[in-house]
Design a protein around this ligand. Structure first.
Ligand SMILES: [Zn+2]
Length: 463
């Protein structure tokens, strides 16, 4: 009897150690645990409900980061903050009040880097063209109302202020339902010369109808926000591998202040947390080192990922995965790095029922934390992972709250990203050369990204 039990136990131990050692078992365990032991969802709920939005430089941002550090610590993952400076901005009590034909406050917020300006009232006029020479309206001493489909560049706004005497701007939001899209007025981090507000679509269209009927509405603008240099930090944690070469798994930590930043980018925070936790639990010893980075100040202009890349420019970074608002992964993007394609194709095939339904993309895009890595020639990966329109429309708005997060989709994304991180960190045959400057420029030009990078001030190469 005893002998039989012992024999049984030995057999079980043998089987489980075979399974544990096998690649198949680790992949299955990662996938299964992502669904059945998802801890990201509740972490995100607790963090967003306790601290709210995480605009960089705020107490909420610092408290949320400490909360994440403690959560990692409880799972045996040591993390540390890497401080950096950036042009910060503090929202003050800014106001836009309709004065004529009726007095009432407007639902409008100042854009980032808008400064304190003395309160003034002015007539509102329509700016319905984006080129300076095509704008016929008399602007001197007036506030411009800009429809959502008209995009004024920083350069044009500066011209309209300097040469035509424009005093303020109201930018109409692109979604209805009282929504407001928080963002910066420009990417340079310098104070805005005039007050620039975004206003709800409904109230914007109301003003537009008044203007078109010749009723000359007037609005009073008061701004109390401040631009000032700030210190903040990225959060970093590693699972050391057999070699020092590393894979960076990154997600921006900050959000805007209006809502809870649950989608943008609470999702990425939670995904990076659970991927780190699952790998630490199931397969902590990988060939390559895995470095998890929660970047700060992304919303103000990718300041955290630039600071990280500057500090770690000589580190042997093999590849990076960036997760910014990753919803349901239905595709993957090699971002112009042809060396990644065979690996990513193989990766998609083995996902079986979770396989990507969209053909692989191989084109980099501007506007998130992979940019500083790509500019250094580092192979970067992003997921094509939409969030349903009913939820995603609230990004940067009051409505970016935890109720928009779908637990099953979050589990699926964590399953896929864990597997991707595991495969990348253990495929020592994969040839992923870092591109030199010339090759990097060629990659960016091919993707027609040069202009947008130059416009946003991110083009680092000499002419
Ligand atoms: Zn984002």
């Amino acid at each position: 009897m005893t002998r039989n039990i012992l024999r049984g136990l030995t057999l079980l131990l043998c089987i489980s150690s075979i399974l544990e050692g096998s690649d198949l078992s680790i992949r299955e365990r990662l996938m299964g645990a992502a669904y059945l032991d998802n801890q990201a969802y509740h972490l995100l709920e607790e963090m967003t409900d306790r601290f709210g939005g995480r605009i960089t430089g705020s107490k909420s941002n610092e408290q949320s980061m400490r909360f994440l550090q403690e959560a990692l610590e409880k799972k045996g993952i040591k993390s540390w903050q890497e401080p950096f400076s950036f042009p910060g901005w503090v929202r003050g009590k800014d106001e836009a009040i309709l004065i004529e034909p009726v007095k009432r406050p407007l639902r409008a917020i100042a854009l980032g880097y808008v400064q304190s300006h003395p309160s003034f009232s002015a007539e509102v006029t329509l700016i319905d063209k984006s080129k300076e020479e095509e704008i016929a309206a008399e602007l001197r001493g007036k506030i411009g109302l800009v429809p959502a489909n008209v995009r004024l560049s920083t350069k044009t706004i500066d011209l309209l202020v300097k040469d035509r005497g424009l005093k303020g701007l109201l930018l109409i939001n692109r979604k209805n339902g009282g929504q407001l899209l928080a963002r910066t007025q420009h990417r340079e981090g310098s104070p805005s010369t005039i007050p620039v507000f975004t206003i709800t679509e409904e109230e914007g269209h109301w003003l537009k109808r008044l203007i078109e009927r010749g009723e000359a509405p007037s609005v009073q603008l008061t701004t109390r926000s401040e631009t000032k240099p700030m210190r903040t930090a990225n959060l970093v944690a590693t699972l050391p591998g057999q070699v020092k070469e590393k894979i960076v798994i990154g997600a921006h930590f900050d959000s805007w202040d209006l809502g809870q930043g649950a989608l943008d980018n609470g999702l990425g925070i939670a995904q990076a947390y659970d991927v780190a936790r699952l790998l630490k639990t199931i397969h902590p010893n990988n060939h390559y080192t895995l470095e998890f980075v929660w970047f700060n100040a992304e919303e103000f202009g990718l300041y955290g990922s630039y600071a990280y890349m500057e500090k770690h420019k000589n580190d042997p970074i093999r590849a990076m995965i960036n997760m910014d608002m990753v919803g349901d992964p239905i595709g993957i993007n090699a971002m112009g790095f042809d060396s990644l394609i065979p690996f990513l194709e193989g990766f998609s095939q083995q996902l079986k029922a979770l396989s990507f339904t969209r053909a692989m993309d191989n084109k980099p895009w501007n506007g998130s934390d992979h940019i500083p890595f790509i500019l250094r020639g580092i192979p970067s990966i992003t997921l094509y992972a939409p969030i349903n329109e009913e939820s995603s429309r609230f990004y940067h708005d009051f409505g970016d709250t935890f109720d928009k997060v779908d637990e099953a989709t979050l589990s699926k994304s964590i399953a896929i990203i864990s597997l991707l991180a595991y495969e990348l960190a253990n495929d020592d045959k994969l040839n992923l050369p870092r591109l030199n400057e010339e090759e990097t420029i060629a990659l960016l030009r091919k993707a027609k990204l040069e202009n947008s990078l130059r416009e946003s001030g991110y083009w680092p190469f000499a002419d």
